[in-house]
Design a protein around this ligand. Structure first.
Ligand code: ADP
Ligand code: MG
Ligand code: MG
Length: 915
């Protein structure tokens, strides 16, 4: 026999680590079976068989026989044959891929029931109603999933049957009603599918397996995968499991359970149970479920056994497990388990609890949480949500998709112009729209939060809000938004008019009437030093954060620095754990009162007047630097020389033109204004992002960079003489070729030597460059000859690599790009590894080849993005720099990166970089 692959695994042959081959469901069913837990017997068809089926459009050779062998073994073990008219074995056919894709693919229960075997089932169970109930369920699920009949048509007939009986629940239908329903369903199938419901049990099985295979390529599943960045070529496994019945009467039922509260992480009994029900009934809301704790009263032995099994599973998986079970006439069966999803706070609490219980170590605890979760815990929240007291918690009037976290309170407005106008007069507003588009941008900027009734996580509103860090709830479909009438109608007919105050919780998608008080996150209080873990009223949340972030600090190799421009920012950054400043922007030092000096600099037509303008700026800059160097004493401070184009500091072209024209008409025009207008015209650029900025200013505006370097040098010298430990580093922006850097560097070295001599202190400050243009990355080997460090400016590098300007594209077409799957996440949010990341890696390697001790860091926003931090760790950078608020996230992710690549360092990250 040629060696055809093995396509079918009995549960006894699988285990939890075979998810890629058996899917998550199959792997975990095997694991439970092998632990000796009561799992109905069954087997799994591999994802490989699915891939082969999808490639060839037919079952791969040998699959049919292999399924038959496993089916026969199953029949043997059960003492029943599939669909046997006297005593039928029934099975479920269940999809299950390596990644959980909730609701994307389907399951068919009760396969094996036919016109003949339904009687056998009734006889064996001694329950006519049960048999017909099972049969109608089969035709319904099979009709919809396998034969493609619209599911609503079945629901309509079920409702009609209930109505005819005056019944409110499916339980009120008796055997005869259900039998009639089966006839109606069969007629429906014949009409809609153009074929009869199949009466051959094995044919039912094969058709169902094929439908599950094919569901991998369904529209819903494809879209879901694109959004979740799950590869398209994995395929799904198919599980064939002997049926157990929760619909056999009051002593039967089905339920779901969690081993801990997935919302808070608390230990206890969590779940729902529904008596006399099958499969999805629990979650489908057909009847009211009871809390799992009730089961103790209903069926104590099953309840005790369930708790015992939950403990076994927790001990075995060493994590919160989520479980599906069914009770058939007092016998408990396990139908599924997996490591359960949980909220951010539960993730931290559970990880810390498990360490305390000795189930996992600190490295593992670090793997179990994520930077994204920590970021979520740092947003302000509504007071009611934070203390968990439901007593006087307000009732939401609507719920939507939690698209961008945060807690926002403001007056409802329904168009962007009102949002802008009201915000300008000092009102806090929430922009409410059906959906947003690029025209709404100004209103979104002005609003505290955004609420839409349509669209999902990748809608325009969601994408733009996340990019801006604004609270957003989208897709609150119960809202009827009337933009012309300037009002919306919510649950129970509540009407909110323009100007009414609402509160929007972007963390859970809830919307409230009126003002719900907002409190800072206790986790931020902790990082700020305003709350300590021991004194907390947070049920162990702060202790957990403290423990896990502390461990990250011990094991990480990457250092973290902050992007901070002022002494105040620097001080905050230090509290948040900064080990220096990776980006100090100097542009804010040219604004406000200081604009007039910039105007004079631009207008200067002699060396003397230019020198005078720079002379005026020097002491101001020196003072700015002195403050930051004091706040960051002992730690490196990377100062970027002026980056934006000069016209950003000059009056607006249109306004100035009007002013000059009016003045000229009145005969009151000044030469100075006219000269300024000439300068503004001269400096005007079509595309400032690619114009006269960065290092180009240093080459074109004589004395500008020299003045800045002198201010840095003098501030450092003063501090040194006062006994401080300043470590400024001079960074040149937007270098594209080594020649540019050489010219600026020569000048800087000259100034440093001068100041050093004047003050009698040696000043050998490192001079380096940003790498933010593709050409800089591609010639990094040359540039490193003149740079002591590189700092990757990944914002500009992303713009210049993709060739799009962020301000223009994010609002106009990113939502469409995300929907179309061009990228799964904005490249400004998470580093584009394939393109931009490749340039970073190349520049790092070629730079270090020239200069082995070359310092490497990143100062774009990606420095605080969880995914990107992992990449920077893997690429061997020395540090990431991000906004102070993101520092804890960066620390945590740097620690995770170290434990995930198995090279935890133990000392590295925690020590200050004082190079
Ligand atoms: P999903 O992936 O959507 O959770 P499942 O394959 O788990 O779908 O099945 C849907 C429902 O049917 C679940 O409630 C599950 O517990 C139930 N179910 C599946 N197989 C069986 C079986 N062999 N006996 C009884 N109930 C089953
Ligand atoms: Mg399930
Ligand atoms: Mg830049």
């Amino acid at each position: 026999m040629p060696n055809t692959p093995k396509f079918v695994y009995a549960f006894s042959e699988g285990n939890k680590d075979l998810k890629d081959l058996l899917g998550g469901k199959g792997a975990n069913l095997a694991e439970m079976a092998n632990l000796g837990l009561p799992v109905p017997p069954g087997f799994t068809i591999t994802t490989e068989a699915c891939r082969a089926y999808l490639a060839e459009g037919a079952e791969p050779a040998g699959l049919h026989d292999e399924v038959q062998r496993h089916l026969s073994a199953l029949e043997e073990g059960m003492g029943r044959r599939l669909g046997d008219p006297d005593d039928p074995l029934l099975v479920s056919v269940r999809s299950g891929a390596a990644f959980s894709m909730p609701g994307m693919m389907d399951t068919v229960l009760n396969i094996g029931l036919t016109d003949a075997s339904v009687a056998g089932l009734a006889a064996q169970a001694d329950d006519e109603r049960f048999a017909w109930d099972s049969y109608r369920r089969l035709i319904q699920m099979f009709g919809k999933t396998v034969l493609g009949v619209d599911g609503d048509l079945f629901e309509e007939r079920l409702d009609a049957a209930k109505r005819a009986k005056g019944a409110s629940s499916d339980l009120d239908l008796d055997a005869a009603d259900l039998r009639a329903l089966v006839d109606a369903y069969k007629a429906l199938v014949a009409k809609e599918a153009g074929r009869d419901f199949p009466q051959d049990p094995r044919a039912q099985l094969d058709l169902a397996v094929r439908a599950v295979f094919a569901s991998w390529n369904g529209d819903r599943a494809r879209l879901y995968r694109r959004q979740e960045r799950i590869p398209d070529n994995l395929g799904t496994a198919v599980n064939i499991v002997a049926m157990v019945f929760g619909n056999l009467g009051a002593d039967s039922g089905t339920g779901v359970a969690f081993t801990r509260d997935p919302a808070t992480g608390k230990q206890g009994v969590y779940g729902d149970y529904l008596a006399n029900a099958q499969g999805e009934d629990v979650v489908a809301g057909i009847r009211n479920t009871v809390p799992l704790a009730e089961l103790e009263r209903l069926d104590k032995p099953s309840y005790d056994r369930l708790l015992e099994i939950m403990e076994i599973l927790e001990g075995h998986y060493r994590d919160l497990c989520d479980i599906e079970f069914t009770i058939e006439r007092g016998a408990l069966w396990m139908l599924q388990t997996r490591v359960g999803k949980r909220t951010a706070e539960a993730a931290f609490r559970i990880a810390a609890q498990l360490v305390d219980q000795g189930l996992i170590d600190d490295d593992e605890a670090l793997r179990r949480v994520s930077g994204a979760q920590l970021a979520q815990l740092m947003f302000p929240r509504f007071a009611a949500a934070s203390d968990g007291a439901d007593a006087d918690a307000p009732e939401p009037v609507a719920e939507g998709i939690a698209a961008s976290p945060g807690a926002a309170v403001g007056r409802a407005v329904f168009d962007q112009a009102t949002a802008v106008a009201w915000a300008a007069r000092g009102d806090r507003v929430i922009l409410v729209r059906r959906e947003t588009n690029p025209d709404d941008l100004a209103g979104m900027v002005a609003a505290e939060g955004i609420l839409t009734s349509r669209g999902g996580k990748t809608s325009h509103a969601a994408v733009v809000a996340r990019g801006m860090g604004k609270t957003c709830v989208c897709g609150a479909e119960a809202l009827a938004v009337d933009p012309r009438g300037k009002r919306f109608t919510a649950r129970d007919g509540v009407v909110v008019e323009e100007g009414d105050v609402i509160s929007v919780d972007g963390t859970n998608g809830k919307v409230y009437l009126g003002e719900v008080p907002v409190v800072p996150s206790p986790v931020v209080d902790y990082f700020e030093g305003r709350a300590t873990p021991d004194g907390e009223g947070q049920d162990g949340l702060l202790t957990a954060v403290d423990r896990i972030v502390g461990h990250a600090d011990r094991v990480r190799r990457l250092r973290v620095r902050a992007n901070a421009d002022t002494g105040e920012d620097a001080a905050r950054a230090r509290r948040f754990g900064a080990q220096g400043i990776g980006l100090l922007r100097t542009e804010h030092m040219f604004l406000g009162e200081r604009r007039k000096h910039v105007e004079r600099l631009v207008l200067a037509d002699t060396d003397d007047s230019r020198a005078a303008a720079l002379e005026a700026l020097l002491p101001l800059q020196r003072q700015d630097f002195a403050e930051v160097l004091a706040a960051m004493d002992g730690l490196p401070v990377t100062i970027r020389l002026l980056d934006p184009p000069l016209h950003e500091f000059l009056p607006d072209l249109t306004e100035l033109s009007v002013k000059v024209a009016l003045a000229d008409e009145r005969g009151t025009g000044s030469d100075e204004d006219r000269a300024l207008l000439d300068a503004v015209r001269r400096l005007h650029e079509q595309n400032p992002m690619l114009g006269l900025r960065g290092v180009r200013l240093g080459l074109v505006v004589p004395g500008l960079f020299a003045m800045q370097v002198r201010a840095i040098a003098e501030a450092a010298a003063d501090r040194l003489r006062a006994g401080g430990a300043p470590h400024p580093e001079i960074m040149v922006p937007l270098v594209g070729g080594v020649q540019e850097l050489e010219i600026v560097r020569d000048e800087a070295l000259r100034v440093l030597a001068e100041v050093g001599a004047e003050h009698g202190v040696p000043l050998d400050l490192p001079i380096g460059t940003m790498i933010e243009l593709p050409r800089a990355a591609l010639t990094a080997g040359q540039i490193a000859g003149s740079a002591e460090f590189f700092s990757f400016g990944t914002n500009d590098l992303t713009q210049t690599t993709w060739g799009f300007s962020r301000d223009d594209v994010e609002a106009s077409f990113f939502a469409a790009y995300l929907d179309a799957g061009v990228f799964g996440v904005s490249p400004f949010e998470s580093l584009d590894r394939d393109g931009v990341g490749r340039l970073v890696a190349l520049a790092a390697a070629e730079g270090r080849a020239t200069r082995p001790g070359l310092g490497l860091g990143v100062c774009g926003e990606h420095g605080g993005d969880p995914d990107s931090v992992r990449f920077f760790h893997d690429t061997g950078l020395d540090y990431v720099s991000c906004s102070p608020f993101r520092l804890p996230v960066a620390r945590l992710e740097a620690g995770r990166a170290a434990v995930l690549d198995g090279r935890a360092h133990g000392t590295g990250g925690g020590t200050a970089d004082t190079r």
